[in-house]
Design a protein around this ligand. Structure first.
Ligand SMILES: Cc1cc2nc3c(=O)[nH]c(=O)nc-3n(C[C@H](O)[C@H](O)[C@H](O)COP(=O)(O)OP(=O)(O)OC[C@H]3O[C@@H](n4cnc5c(N)ncnc54)[C@H](O)[C@@H]3O)c2cc1C
Length: 373
């Protein structure tokens, strides 16, 4: 579908350098586009660094087109690894999930069946097999069914962003530690300048709003209303001398994944539900640690080091908002939850849209225009 001009951009500003902004920017610099990477803080230190960071499509069965987009991004990760080298950011060792009550277990197995019908690789193991073959440190009952998704992964978001930004260095300008305060437009409404909090003004002919949870505010700078949800999540890092797990897992009441050689990340939707009650983050971290120790007793020797509460960048209907906004020529959005999974495919498709003026069919259900009143 044609949605804009085919005029090649002179200079594009990416506003926000998390997984989304770095992926779009890296794809554009590969095609020789002059880029300015702008971040109010430092690259990769927003939600991208405070995510459970599980790359998957198994949790995306709510709409087939959304599932397909996530599957495409899992393939895009393989391609990205072959281009930029996997190094420390890519951990493709699958994902485990099990339940501790009959209703949740039935739902889990039904989803696994549906995914198998959609040609998604899934294996159902017993707890005893998982301990013997995959995760010896788990306190999972012998007979409980455990669903294993071998093609899923986790990503070290901050490392990946650093790599993409450093590989974009030719032809790219970096403005870190300065927030975009204003976006100037021409009389015809087209984007012309961005003004930063350090007072500088940059001439650009396109901007990509990749400001994560602040995307609604940035959209407001061009007079656009992008409705977003309030859905905060708490993530805790714990240090341990030896990391006792090898892959991300959704155990009952707790999600656990490795985070490098000496750290583990914990998250739980049940604990997230306490955030709006005003519970102290230190108490949330303690509860996460307690749940994790029940599943992996070796985590008893670990120490809580950092906890952060972040809002998920979720457009109001729960789906990504990606592409041009025709009423503001030169303004594009790359705003989504599950951005760790979706970063590579959105980066590739949005860069192609900016360069060709044509949007990919895969993004048809996720266009920004659906939020225009
Ligand atoms: C608890 C939790 C668990 C999650 N788990 C998963 C998961 O398992 N799998 C998955 O795929 N996704 C998960 N997500 C979602 C995923 O982390 C996000 O979708 C993704 O990280 C968003 O990346 P981003 O680049 O859009 O945002 P960010 O990483 O937040 O980057 C946005 C950047 O914009 C900058 N910025 C903001 N305003 C301005 C401004 N005015 N000017 C300049 N810069 C600005 C910020 O400083 C920031 O660096 C989770 C999220 C949370 C909160």
């Amino acid at each position: 579908m044609r949605i804009g001009s085919m005029k090649r951009p002179e200079r594009v500003a990416v506003i926000g350098v998390g997984i989304l902004g770095s992926s779009v920017g890296w794809n554009l610099t590969r095609h020789g586009v002059k880029m300015v990477f702008i971040d109010a803080g430092q690259p990769g230190e927003g939600v991208t660094n405070w995510s459970f960071s599980w790359v998957n499509a198994s949790n995306k069965t709510v709409r087939k087109s959304y599932f397909d987009l996530n599957v495409a991004s899992m393939a895009a990760y393989q391609e990205l690894g072959s281009i930029i080298g996997p190094v420390s950011w890519w951990h493709p060792r699958g994902h485990l999930r099990w339940a501790d009550d009959p209703a949740a277990e039935t739902k889990l197995l039904k989803t696994a069946e549906l995914l198998a019908d959609w040609d998604y690789r899934v294996e159902v193991r017993t707890g005893a097999e998982v301990r013997r073959l995959l995760e010896p440190a788990l306190a999972v009952p012998d007979e409980v069914p455990v669903v294993f998704y071998p093609d899923e992964a986790w990503v070290h978001g901050r490392h990946l962003v650093s790599r993409l930004v450093s590989l974009s260095v030719a032809g790219a300008e970096h403005r870190f530690g300065a927030a975009v305060r204003d976006i100037g437009t021409r009389t015809d409404g087209a984007v012309r300048t961005v003004v930063l909090s350090d007072g500088s003004r940059l001439d650009v002919d396109m901007v990509v709003n990749a400001a994560g949870p602040s995307a609604s505010h940035v959209a407001g700078l061009v007079g656009r209303h992008l409705p977003m949800r309030w859905e905060p999540g708490a993530v805790t890092r714990i240090d341990c001398a030896q990391v006792p797990v090898h892959r991300p897992m959704h155990a009952p009441h707790i999600e656990i994944r490795p985070d490098g050689n000496a750290s583990v990340v914990l998250h739980s939707r049940e604990i997230d539900a306490l955030i709006d009650t005003g519970e102290d983050p230190a108490e949330l971290a303690r509860l996460l640690h307690e749940s994790a120790r029940r599943v992996v007793p070796d985590l008893g020797n670990s120490r809580i080091t950092q906890t952060r509460i972040s809002n998920r960048p979720i457009p109001a209907d729960g789906f990504p908002s990606v592409g041009a906004v025709p009423s503001v020529p030169g303004y594009y959005e790359a705003v989504t939850h599950s951005g760790i999974t979706l970063g590579p495919v959105i980066g590739r498709l949005l860069a192609a849209e900016i360069l060709s003026g044509t949007s990919d069919e895969m993004l048809a259900d996720f266009r920004p225009e659906r939020f225009i009143p």
